[in-house]
Design a protein. Structure first.
Length: 196
C-alpha cells in the first residue's frame, strides 16, 4: 500500500477490522440496552419514602395496561372480575406505583360489590379525597397522596365498622401476603395485622 492499488489481501484485512468494530459496537449497545431494560422493569421491593415517583412514561412501560388505566386515567375495573375482590388472605395492600402500604386485610370486608372493600385505610393521612361528578353521579374519589394514584371511591356505609366503605380497584394495588412481608421489607407493618 505505497500509493498504489489496494490488494485483495489488504481489503480482506480492512474488512475484518471494520467488521470487528461494528460487531463490538453492536454488542456493547445491545448489552447497554439490555441492562437499561432490566433496571427499568426491576420490581421495586419495600417502601422507601425518599424514592422518587416514576414518570408517567416509566409507569406506562412498567405497569400492565389495566393498572395504568386505573391509577393514571381514573379507570374502574369490572365487579367480580378483578384480582382481589374475594381475597381473604392476611396481608397488606400497597400502592402499585410506590409500594406504600395503604390498607390491611384486617380492615377488608365483603360488601357484596365484587370489588376490594375496606372499612378504613392504614391512615387517612395517606389518602386524598375529592368530589367526583363523573358519570352523572356525586361520589368521593380516593387517591394515594404520595403517588396521586386513583384508587377508587369512599362512601358512607352504616354496615361498615367505621361507617365508611372504601370501594377500590384491585389494579391500584400489589398484595403482600403476611408470609412475605418480612422478605419484601414490610416487617414494620406486621403489628397492623394483629386482630383487634
Amino acid at each position: 500500500m505505497y500509493g498504489g492499488r489496494i490488494t485483495s489481501e489488504e481489503k480482506s484485512t480492512l474488512s475484518t477490522y471494520i467488521g470487528l468494530i461494528v460487531v463490538t459496537g453492536l454488542a456493547a449497545g445491545g448489552i447497554y440496552f439490555f441492562v437499561l431494560a432490566q433496571k427499568e422493569t426491576k420490581e421495586v421491593i419495600g417502601f422507601d419514602p425518599n424514592r422518587p415517583i416514576p414518570s408517567d412514561a416509566s409507569l406506562k412501560r412498567r405497569l400492565k395496561p389495566e393498572q395504568y388505566n386505573v391509577v393514571r386515567e381514573g379507570g374502574t375495573q369490572m365487579p367480580f372480575q378483578n384480582e382481589f375482590w374475594n381475597n381473604d388472605r392476611p396481608g397488606i395492600y400497597v400502592d402499585v406505583i410506590t409500594g406504600e402500604p395503604l390498607f390491611t386485610s384486617v380492615d377488608k370486608y365483603d360488601a357484596g360489590l365484587g370489588m376490594p372493600t375496606f372499612s378504613k385505610p392504614i391512615s387517612k393521612d395517606l389518602l386524598v379525597a375529592s368530589l367526583d361528578t363523573s358519570h352523572e353521579m356525586q361520589r368521593t374519589e380516593v387517591r394515594a397522596k404520595r403517588s396521586n394514584a386513583h384508587l377508587g371511591h369512599v362512601f358512607l356505609d352504616p354496615q361498615s365498622p367505621s361507617g365508611e366503605r372504601y370501594t377500590l380497584n384491585s389494579a391500584a394495588f400489589h398484595f403482600i401476603p403476611i408470609e412475605r412481608m418480612k422478605q419484601e421489607q414490610y416487617e414494620a407493618y406486621l403489628p397492623l395485622l394483629e386482630k383487634k
